[in-house]
Unconditional design. Structure first.
Length: 504
């Protein structure tokens, strides 16, 4: 109970019957901001209602403001009254959550600022990623960007692929490759080989799906003279033996094949499968590589619309050689002189036609297929995927220009100097001991059913005929079917390799 001092001048005092109880009241006051000070003192003294203004409650006075001498020297009561007054002033405020009471007041604005800055950073990064990939794709300067971690990250973010242009072996030519999947995970190693006038981007869908969804490490190679890979030496010839040599360089350079005491052998663990994946011309090259390396290195191969080389009857060999050499003389004359021809062969893009935009180049690539009027189809989506990795800016001094030109070597279009006969090709296919899957389409390359079936039998291949065009692994309508067939075939032989390894 709070008592008034006597009027005879004796030292007045203020006593708390139970100081602990009084502190308990103040504690409850601080935790319940809606409780009124009047209620605390109701029953303690019968002074009636106390005004709500905190100015009436002063240290050294009672609750009515009357001076009490004994209170002037009480530091504890001074603090108590200040606390009660402050609590009264904040009576209408909502309490802070318990976990926020220890935070300084500046933390809220700081967190908000950091959140806004983070969102802006992500937006800028997304813009740089999109525009950066578009620049890389149009510039053709992959060798420079492949050594730059930032640009490599941009390409990976946009395509899921690691892009590299570099020699795979000492003294080898610089070749472009795209890689999907984890190289260190121990999954199947897959070398993907594209078709004529295409590039590694041919496997941008299938390779990525095999890498991300089926645990494969896929390396798609761009053959010499194609895309942004190095060209053959001036006056060099692009024949399938050159492409087969490039594929062997890739297998050795990637660390998948090595030379052993008895010839080539796997450089990877015996229980890790090594597969070949070839499209069109890449299918023919895959068969050549499989015949050379055998089952000691290659565990299986999947061929898409490709099962061997182009052939001519033996009686046409002499005429084919004459026509090929004469065509070279004509090209020299059109270019002005031999020096110009060498310069054109060594330069980027061959000084070819410029297209107003990437889409125009893709339309031209598509027309080169459907314009043959032999039933082939190539969707605009597939054409764009192929062109994206084989063009460069046509106006190098004008960064705002969208004009592009192809980067492949025009020499790819030269007539081949030599051809094999069908009997020679069939004999080579019969020498392949590697299990093979052959996918053919209703609107693909016009090989003819008799020739296709004869080569499938020579390979002892499992043949699957399906709807689609010559690039079924790129076309949206057929890409999933191709993936399902190839993935199932690889899984089957992955199990075979594991069982064989367990027995040995």
């Amino acid at each position: 109970m709070l008592r008034r001092a006597s009027s005879d001048g004796t030292q007045g005092r203020t006593a708390l019957d139970d100081r602990g109880a009084q502190r308990g009241r103040s504690s409850r006051l601080s935790s319940s901001h809606s409780q009124d000070i009047d209620g605390v003192f109701s029953g303690a003294m019968d002074y009636g209602a106390v005004e709500s203004s905190s100015s009436l409650i002063r240290p050294g006075s009672d609750v009515l403001g009357t001076e009490v001498p004994g209170l002037q020297d009480s530091s504890h009561d001074h603090e108590l009254f200040e606390m009660l007054a402050a609590d009264k002033a904040h009576a209408g405020e909502a309490p802070k959550p318990r976990f926020l009471r220890w935070l300084p007041t500046w933390c809220g604005p700081l967190c908000l600022s950091l959140s806004i800055a983070g969102v802006l950073f992500l937006l800028v990064l997304a813009g740089l990623t999109s525009s950066g990939y578009e620049y890389i794709r149009l510039s053709g300067d992959y060798e420079k960007h492949s050594t730059n971690l930032l640009w490599a990250a941009v390409i990976y973010a946009c395509t899921g692929a690691l892009s590299t242009v570099a020699p795979l072996v000492d003294g080898g030519a610089a070749m472009h490759r795209l890689e999907w999947g984890d190289a260190e995970a121990g999954g199947p190693a897959v070398l993907a080989l594209h078709g004529w006038m295409d590039n590694a981007g041919s496997f941008s869908k299938l390779g990525r799906a095999l890498g991300e969804r089926h645990g494969c490490h896929v390396a798609a190679l761009t053959f010499p003279g194609h895309g942004v890979s190095a060209r053959a030496e001036p006056w060099g010839e692009y024949h399938q033996a050159l492409n087969a040599s490039a594929a062997l360089e890739a297998l050795v350079g990637l660390g998948w094949v090595e030379n052993g005491p008895d010839g080539p052998r796997k450089a990877i663990p015996a229980d890790r499968p090594l597969f070949l994946l070839g499209h069109s011309m890449g299918g023919a090259v895959s068969a050549m590589v499989a015949a050379a390396l055998g089952t000691a290195c290659v565990d299986a191969m999947a061929l898409i619309e490709g099962h061997g080389l182009f052939t001519k009857p033996s009686s046409h060999a002499g005429r084919a050689l004459q026509d090929a050499l004469r065509s070279r003389v004509q090209r020299m004359h059109r270019r002005g002189d031999a020096a110009s021809a060498v310069s054109q062969s060594a330069g980027g893009g061959g000084g070819g036609r410029a297209y107003e935009a990437l889409e125009a180049a893709a339309a031209q690539r598509r027309q080169s297929v459907v314009g043959r009027n032999d039933g082939q189809i190539l969707t605009p989506e597939a054409a764009l995927a192929l062109v994206a990795w084989s063009v460069a800016p046509a106006d190098e001094r004008d960064a705002s220009s969208e004009r592009v030109k192809f980067t492949h070597d025009p020499g790819l279009r030269r007539q081949s100097i030599s051809y094999q006969s069908e009997d020679q090709v069939l004999a080579a296919l019969r020498a392949v001991e590697v299990p093979a899957l052959l996918l053919t389409t209703a609107n693909g390359w016009p090989w003819g059913e008799e020739r296709t079936q004869g080569r499938a039998e020579a390979l002892r291949a499992r043949r699957v005929h399906m709807e689609g065009g010559h690039h079924p692994h790129l076309d949206a309508d057929t890409a999933d079917t191709v993936l399902a067939e190839v993935a199932a075939f690889f899984e089957e032989h992955k199990a075979t390799v594991a069982a064989r390894s367990a027995r040995s």
